[in-house]
Design a protein around this ligand. Structure first.
Ligand code: HEC
Ligand code: HEC
Ligand code: HEC
Ligand code: HEC
Length: 167
């Protein structure tokens, strides 16, 4: 009897730790803005807000704005499970968290200052594969052609939002 109870408790603990590990949620760019919009540190939010990524939903007309086929690439919120949305909206387009990972657990200053810690709390380091998932992913028939062929080195400069005080 005691053994069975211990087993059940162990199982419950296991299940809760598994679900805990998966609770990184998408908090939205407005939350990142609180700390990442200082001019002397590169105003990442403003850089992003002026980009094609932030405005990707504006390219979808009428019903396209509700079409999962389009949202998959034109909106971070539209590409993840709805239960993971904690502030991020479809209108935010391709948001910070598509490239840097869902921020609910890494968003505190203490964790953010420690890169290893942030990476263990849901932050991801964007690389070429991150971009290719959308840029070279399967686009629906009739999709407008890219103006330029994919070139990581060139494209990453277009979206750059470096912090001049780091590195
Ligand atoms: C409470 C303030 C705060 C919030 C909110 C915050 N950050 Fe940060 N972030 C920091 C600090 C502090 C650093 C460390 C570097 C620095 O001092 O600017 C940092 C570093 C980073 C880095 C660089 C990591 C590295 O070392 O390469 C990225 C990327 C980043 N944040 C993305 C985000 C994103 C995306 C969000 C929203 C989901 C976010 N941050 C929310 C404070 C914050
Ligand atoms: C696999 C990812 C992906 C899917 C799915 C996708 N798009 Fe796109 N879309 C892109 C990318 C990336 C661009 C930028 C240009 C390029 O590289 O093709 C873009 C650009 C566009 C543009 C041109 C915007 C401009 O400023 O010129 C329009 C319009 C557009 N998409 C509409 C749609 C519609 C409508 C759907 C759904 C039927 C859709 N897209 C589905 C990735 C995607
Ligand atoms: C389309 C992908 C993408 C989006 C969207 C995006 N970033 Fe980035 N971000 C990158 C890449 C790529 C880098 C460069 C990484 C490197 O240098 O290793 C970067 C770097 C950073 C850095 C580190 C800057 C430095 O020089 O230390 C911060 C902070 C950051 N991003 C915050 C944000 C915030 C906040 C948002 C949204 C408001 C955002 N990013 C949106 C891809 C993205
Ligand atoms: C979640 C999907 C997604 C990811 C991830 C993504 N992009 Fe994009 N990107 C798009 C879409 C969609 C557009 C077109 C937006 C529009 O105009 O409607 C776009 C547009 C762009 C443009 C402007 C292209 C033009 O013709 O004006 C550049 C440059 C770009 N992305 C670079 C990058 C880089 C570099 C990365 C990786 C660090 C990246 N993107 C990651 C979806 C994505």
């Amino acid at each position: 009897m005691v053994k069975k109870l211990l087993l059940l408790m162990g199982l419950a603990l296991f299940i809760s730790s598994v679900s805990f590990a998966q609770t990184y949620k998408y908090i939205g760019a407005a939350k990142c803005k609180m700390c990442h919009n200082k001019p002397e540190k590169g105003e990442q939010f403003n850089q992003w807000a002026a980009s094609k990524h932030a405005n990707a939903m504006k390219s979808l007309k009428g019903d396209e704005a509700n079409d999962p086929t389009c949202l998959k690439c034109h909106s971070t919120a539209g590409s993840v499970d709805k239960s993971l949305l904690a502030g991020l909206t479809v209108q935010d387009g391709v948001s910070c968290e598509s490239c840097h990972g869902p921020g609910s657990m890494y968003k505190t200053a203490a964790i953010m200052k420690n890169k290893e810690m942030a990476l263990s709390k849901g932050m991801t380091e964007p690389n070429e594969a991150t971009c290719k998932a959308c840029h070279l992913g399967e686009k629906p028939a009739g999709h407008v052609a890219a103006k330029k062929p994919w070139n990581y080195a060139e494209f990453v400069k277009v979206i750059a939002h470096d912090d001049p005080t780091t590195k």
